[in-house]
Design a protein around this ligand. Sequence first.
Ligand code: BG6
Ligand code: MG
Length: 219
Amino acid sequence: MKQLEAVIFDLDGVITDSAHFHYLAWKQLAADINIEIDEAFNETLKGISRMDSLDLILAKGGREQDFTLAEKEELAAKKNAHYVELLEDLSPADILPGIASLLEAIRTAGLKIALASVSKNAPMVLAALGLTDSFDYLADAAKITHSKPDPEIFLVAAAGLGVAPENAVGIEDAQAGVEAIKSAGMKAIGVGTGLIGADELVSDTSELTLAIIQKVFHL
Ligand code: BG6
Ligand code: MG
């Protein structure tokens, strides 16, 4: 029977504003190799794995043939080191508005909560925010073979909770993420503007409520 059993969250840009730090770190890395990226281009990187993001940046600069795999791994590691440095002061104060109380309300209602982030830094970020215990299952980004918009990470998250995908609602701030949720057969809530294909859009996280999740599930 179709029944709401779980809510599956993206991390970057939904739980905390780390999406901005990803952008700053990629912008610097791109500048180091004479490629300029702006916030509009950055939208296409949201929800995309580290290596796939680097490939998109190299393609943007017409430099996709200029680096060996070892050099690309070095570039990706450099970006990540900068990103981790930018997260140094991350604390519970950086949880986006409404998220902490929403997680509590979801748990109190007897629903399960999972994380579906393709970021390999996700466990560290959740720990810094003091939210590790708020999640019943974290899908392991290191074991994912296809990043969003492929549904894999959302399907892994639902399976990890023991919940059928159609009994879950996913929450995302990226276009690739909304597409991943829909391909997984779940209802999707988009956070932000300009997202196409979500079942419901809220302009920011403070508008996310259990009531909206329940309403979207029954659409
Ligand atoms: C996603 C972000 O959550 O994680 C992407 O939206 C990022 O911007 C991806 O590239 C991979 O993250 P990480 O931390 O493993 O480099
Ligand atoms: Mg995101």
